[in-house]
Design a protein around this ligand. Structure first.
Ligand code: FES
Ligand SMILES: [Fe+2]
Length: 379
């Protein structure tokens, strides 16, 4: 098996399907049958959520003083912003007597006040005030996740070992947040499989033709997996009414939770992709485009808007098509591969580093995965 990027000549030998494929019909109709297998049967490798920066919301969705309940990583979280503008993500349950801080809690100054007995917690999760006591409880602690805001997203750092500080950063790309670029054009989905299965779809170039009906697939110039980041540099032919145009797709992944792709050629766009686990078999996929404005006059802005809408429309179609596969696929630990398949195994070797054991929420999965060994019968 070769790890090298496939040759386009092999791909171009795949015959085009005449009209919609049965998968595309299912995707359009939207009523996809779903497997009854459990998530443990489908994705047994998932013994902890991968450590990563995960998006929890857009920055402008969380005002100062706002408190919101969030369910991600199979746990209840509280998302809030102090009046100093700092965003916080913490475990939702109050160490005093277990109230959910996100349901009825309120922000006072830069503290979160529990709805039950009004204990106050700062952004580090330390107790700062007990209204009926002269002293605070110095031992009590709400787990606070490190939070950053980059490129209009609020992200929190998850590692099963809470002592592990963030291992990488995500760059802030100010150049795309000027008047020359549109606001975000967002779309999101709940996908019924873990991050890894979605991510494997990216080095699986063949599916662009077989699932999405692309006329051509990217010609890979460089594909790299560095310590915690991944990189793809590729040329791609876009079909336009005036014939094919050569453009580029350049993507950078920052761990399992966040990636940035730049498309150039016809029109410059930047695309942010966030994948955050909801539980052991569901992933929240949030995507947002920004389009380089074609001009500042009304006609150019209207054209830019139409391009952005077309991109989102195409993205929705592709996600619906992928979901027919995602909703029902299993993980094949030793896949049967062809020479021209994309670098799936190289991707898997890189991905495996993000599963660090130790998440108490995974205990049930781990014990279920280690049943007593059964004798292997000889044949
Ligand atoms: S449960 Fe939170 S203050 Fe009592
Ligand atoms: Fe896809």
């Amino acid at each position: 098996m070769s790890d090298e990027p496939f040759s386009t000549s092999v791909v171009s030998r795949i015959r085009s399907f005449d009209g919609e494929t049965p998968l595309q019909v299912l995707a359009r109709q939207g009523d996809i049958p779903r497997t009854d297998m459990t998530s443990l049967e489908r994705f047994p490798y998932y013994t902890a959520f991968p450590f990563a920066w995960y998006v929890v919301c857009f920055s402008d969705e969380l005002a100062a003083g706002e408190v919101r309940p969030v369910r991600l990583l199979a746990r209840d979280l509280v998302l809030w912003r102090g009046h100093d503008g700092e965003a916080h993500v913490m475990d939702a349950y109050c160490p005093h007597l277990g109230a959910n801080l996100a349901i009825g809690g309120r922000v006072e100054g830069n503290d979160l006040v529990c709805p039950y007995h009004w204990w106050r917690w700062n952004g580090d999760g330390a107790n700062t005030h007990i209204p009926y006591s002269d002293r605070t409880n110095g031992r009590a602690r709400v787990h606070a996740y490190p939070v950053i805001e980059r490129n209009g997203f609020v992200l929190f750092w998850y590692h099963p070992d809470p002592r592990v500080e963030p291992l990488w950063d995500i760059p802030q790309l100010d150049a795309y947040f000027t008047d020359d670029w549109t606001e975000f054009k967002p779309a999101d989905w709940t996908v019924r499989c873990p991050w890894q299965e979605l991510a494997e779809n990216a080095p699986d170039y063949i599916h662009l033709r077989t699932v999405h009906g692309a006329a051509t697939v990217p010609e890979v110039e460089d594909l790299g997996f560095d310590r915690y980041t991944s990189r793809l540099r590729a040329r791609v032919d876009f079909s336009t009414p005036r014939g094919p145009t050569t453009g580029r797709i350049d993507t950078d992944g920052y761990g399992p939770g966040f990636g940035i792709a730049r498309f150039s050629g016809i029109i410059d766009t930047i695309f942010f992709a966030a994948t955050t686990p909801i539980d052991w078999e569901h992933t929240w996929s949030l995507k947002a485009y920004k389009v380089h404005k074609l001009g500042s006059d009304e006609e150019s802005l209207a054209r830019t808007h139409r391009v952005g809408e077309a991109l989102i429309c195409d993205l929705r179609k592709q996600m619906a098509e992928d979901n027919v596969i995602f909703d029902n696929k299993i993980h094949v630990p030793s896949p049967a591969l062809a020479d021209a398949d994309g670098p799936i195994l190289r991707f898997r070797r890189w991905a495996s580093q993000f599963y660090a054991p130790g998440d108490p929420h995974a205990a049930g999965r781990l014990s279920a995965m280690n049943p007593p060994a059964e004798p292997q019968e000889q044949r």
